[in-house]
Every structure is written in structure tokens, then in C-alpha cells.
Unconditional design. Sequence first.
Length: 18
Amino acid sequence: MASSKLQAFLNHPAGPKT
């Protein structure tokens, strides 16, 4: 699953993928 990816996205939505 992409839970870690989702968590990372929720942790910093304006980070790696903006």
C-alpha cells in the first residue's frame, strides 16, 4: 500500500510534489 506515501503527503503537502 501507499500509506507511507500518503502519510508523507499529509505531513508536507507543499514539499516534494508541488
